[in-house]
Ligand binder design. Sequence first.
Ligand SMILES: [Zn+2]
Length: 215
Amino acid sequence: MDQTERNKRQSIIDHCLEMNRSGLNQGTSGNISVRHEDGLLITPTSIPYESLSPEDIVFLDANAEPHGPHKPSSEWRFHKDILDARPEANSVVHAHPTYCTTLAIMGMEIPAIHYMLAVFGGPNIRLAPYAIYGSKKLSDYAVEALRDRKACLLDHHGSIAIGASLEQAMWFAVELETLARQYHGCLQLGDPPLLTDQQIQDVIDKIAGYGLSDD
Ligand SMILES: [Zn+2]
């Protein structure tokens, strides 16, 4: 393996560790993939992040054949299907963050409670219907919920975020959990007023022109 590939593999491990340190995830329930050659690099199943080395990361080729000493994450299917469906994305971050998962259990999507929703591509973060983990059905639901969006929730499960890079996908995953936490807080006080689709569209247009900065 060359240095570039080794760096990619190490970066996956570093972000897994960061995901647990920051409280975004617990145990090994989260998983991360990064596009590589005609396939993707993905975390192996059931191995604590602390004991991972670059060789443990699994390469899944274009035919979904795993290469390496371990089995890929049980969620490899939606990682592969999302990267196949979204050529602009190069990384997928999946986790079970507390607030995202709380809303998902309650069958809720995240509506336009904050202008930062626009960063994700539209006025809501959709909830993909429930299907058992690792299934083709769950993968299909996730790809559909992610249409024109950078993230989605998974019913009774967790969240998925995508990005042009692993750093960006992780940024979306953290921002999504922040929005979920804010929405959860709003719901304690009542029925939150929402921004209109036009107000969200105005932010999308502004980001396209000026980038994301309100300072
Ligand atoms: Zn999961």
